[in-house]
Design a protein around this ligand. Structure first.
Ligand code: ZN
Ligand code: ZN
Length: 356
């Protein structure tokens, strides 16, 4: 038997909607593996799942899509994954492999995707089954609790970096400085890039400077936008013009601000599932062959490349660890903003010390 946190009906996390249940060990089907889970990250998307802000296609469901565990059973026809290997399961549980986007190699845009913890049971549990081909190796550099948050914030952040076309030595502007951005800055610094960070929060400004930002301050917002005093790029007190920008905060008024912050030929990538309406802006902000694009989901390539790169750097994650029994508390703390760093459920004792 394995224990798992089940969501039967979405509700405010104050009411402890997750219920611990025991069920028979899940068996891996053809092409699947089973992981004995060591840790699972607690993401803001889990909060939206549990409180019913997202449409929930399957109930009851086990949340959690940043899952680290050790393979303990292998289904028929699996190649290249062995028992005893430590692997991760992330947001893209599987893509259909048959639709137009999948055939074009754009599995992140799959028309019938399944997401971990939404369509299929996720990682707030002692075991999970997942398609072997969609699991990613976890480098030994990281403990399970350190690796878990990399599987969501890190992988999507890496995809944003790729799509922003950032090249070594260029200057990158980040708008918003949460879980994803604080991993992205470590990659950009590793690539020798200068990084400037726009965020209103003094605490995030300090963290950004600690992680190597050469400038940190509030975003330059146009007339009529609410918020802090504008600091325009290339003006006294503002940072120099950037080559690329990534927007993490879901605020549409940041789009013209980011376009204003990048040079002609530069790129603005939006890493957000939802965003408030983008205000109209003068054409000259995007003229000069600037590119504006959004980033949607991730591919296997993003997960594999980022986990390798994260170990090479190695990136640091600040984690707050909760025992498996405290899943409801972890969600409540995440909602109230009580978590500094990434919340992670420690599901089981790790099999061995990875840090040496
Ligand atoms: Zn997530
Ligand atoms: Zn597809």
């Amino acid at each position: 038997m394995v224990r798992a946190w089940l969501l039967h009906r979405p509700a405010d996390v104050a009411g402890q909607p997750l219920v611990l249940a025991e069920s028979p060990e899940p068996r891996p089907g053809p092409g699947q593996v089973r992981l004995r889970i060591e840790a699972c990250g607690v993401c803001r998307t889990d909060l939206h799942t549990v409180e019913g802000d997202l449409d929930l296609p399957v109930l009851p469901i086990v949340p959690g899509h940043q899952v680290v565990g050790v393979v303990d059973a292998v289904g028929a026809g699996v190649e290249g994954v062995r028992r005893g290997e430590r692997r991760g399961v992330y947001w893209l549980y599987q893509a259909c492999g048959r639709c137009g986007p999948c055939r074009r190699g754009e599995e992140n845009l799959c028309e019938r995707p399944e997401f971990t913890g939404l369509h299929r049971n996720g990682g707030y549990a002692e075991a999970i089954v997942a398609p072997a081909a969609f699991t990613v190796p976890i480098p030994d550099t990281f403990s399970a609790v350190e690796a878990a948050p990399l599987l969501c914030a890190g992988v999507i952040g890496y995809r944003s970096l790729r799509l922003s076309r950032l090249r070594r030595g260029e200057r990158l502007a980040l708008f918003g400085f949460g879980a994803s951005a604080h991993l992205v800055i470590q990659v950009a610094r590793y690539w020798g890039c200068d990084v400037v960070v726009y965020t209103r929060s003094p605490a995030h400004q300090r963290l950004a400077r600690t992680l190597g930002a050469t400038w940190a301050g509030p975003a330059p917002l146009g007339p009529g936008a609410s918020g802090a005093e504008p600091v325009a790029p290339s003006q006294p007190g503002g940072p120099p013009e950037a080559d690329r920008a990534i927007i993490f905060a879901p605020a549409g008024e940041l789009v013209p601000a980011a376009l204003r912050a990048v040079r002609p030929g530069g790129t603005v990538a939006i890493n957000a599932i939802h965003m408030t309406d983008i205000p109209s802006f003068p054409y000259r902000l995007i003229y000069g062959e600037r590119t504006l694009l959004s980033v949607a989901n991730v591919t296997r390539r993003d997960a594999e490349e980022f986990m390798r790169l994260a170990a090479e750097i190695p990136v640091r994650t600040e984690v707050r660890v909760y025992p498996f029994s405290e899943a409801n508390l972890a969600l409540r703390d995440l909602k109230s903003g009580a978590v500094g760093g990434a919340a992670v459920l420690a599901v089981a004792q790790e099999t061995q010390s990875r840090k040496g």
